[in-house]
Design a protein around this ligand. Structure first.
Ligand SMILES: O=S(=O)(O)/C=C/c1cc(Br)ccc1O
Ligand SMILES: [Zn+2]
Length: 256
């Protein structure tokens, strides 16, 4: 099965998932000077409306944590989106302790220590399984995490990671939690057409990458490593679960 180690990592994924060498793969390096400001994105502002009872549970997927969301009342629309999308899950990708490596998208070649992905599916499809491999099937909001002061909003979630150390572990979220608190105050973003950044790498994602990072503390970044996974030398802390930037193949990144 696929992973992030030398044997099964991103450079090998094309062997079982040939679309890895496709024309609209993610992540990418966002070259800010080449992004095109598109007034249309501001004419129909991106509307993000989540609810405070949508988060059901946190699970260890073996590749990340994943907060499973009951999509009711969690809609995004506008901006680059031609229809309404519902939140289905969110997870993250991160690097080693104390390093500014771990995000999937990079900005002018610069990485952040982690990147959150809020995954939404297009309501024109009957469910996420039908949407996941369609060109307009998913919209993922990417939020960069920078190292700084503690993120009070992320704490209730980061405190749960120690409860799901192994693949398949799951803990219910039995408190109110609004994932909108994970978004930066400033809603400027870059957007482009790309893919899932993990196998099956479907080219089905409208990416919305927020320009401003949100600050989380070193302890909260360290809490991500309470999640464990299999390494070539046995069970170990989960980190470096990120795919490096992929070729742009002439795609245009738009900007608000
Ligand atoms: O890292 S992401 O590109 O956000 C992956 C998203 C993803 C979403 C679904 Br829904 C299924 C498989 C996936 O890998
Ligand atoms: Zn992701």
């Amino acid at each position: 099965a696929w992973g992030y180690d030398q044997q099964h990592g991103p450079s090998k994924w094309h062997e079982h998932f040939p679309i890895a060498k496709g024309q609209r793969q993610s992540p990418i390096d966002i070259v800010t000077g080449s992004a095109k400001v598109d007034q249309a994105l501001s004419d129909k502002p991106l509307k993000i409306s989540y609810s405070n009872n949508c988060c059901q549970s946190v699970t260890n997927t073996g590749h990340s944590f994943q907060v499973v969301v009951d999509g009711a009342g969690t809609e995004i629309s506008g901006g680059p989106l031609d229809s309404t999308y519902k939140l289905v899950q969110y997870h993250a990708h991160w690097g080693p302790l104390g390093e500014n490596v771990g995000s999937e998208h990079t900005v002018d070649g610069v990485s952040y220590p982690a990147e959150l992905h809020l995954v939404h599916w297009n309501q024109k499809y009957k469910d996420v399984t039908e949407a996941v491999d369609k060109p307009d099937g998913l919209a993922v909001i990417g939020v960069f995490f920078s190292r700084g002061k503690e993120h009070a909003g992320f704490k209730p979630i980061s405190d749960l990671f120690s409860k799901v150390p192994r693949k398949g572990d799951k803990v219910d979220i039995n408190f109110n939690y609004d994932p909108a608190c994970l978004l930066p105050a400033q809603r400027n973003y870059w957007t482009y057409l790309g893919s899932l950044t993990t196998p099956p790498l479907f080219e089905s994602v409208t990416w919305i990458v927020m320009k401003d990072p949100v600050e989380v503390s070193s302890e909260q970044l360290a809490a991500l490593r309470n999640l464990l996974w299999e390494t070539p030398s046995g069970e170990g802390q989960m980190f470096n679960n990120y795919r490096p930037p992929q070729p742009l193949h002439g795609r245009v990144v738009r900007s608000t």
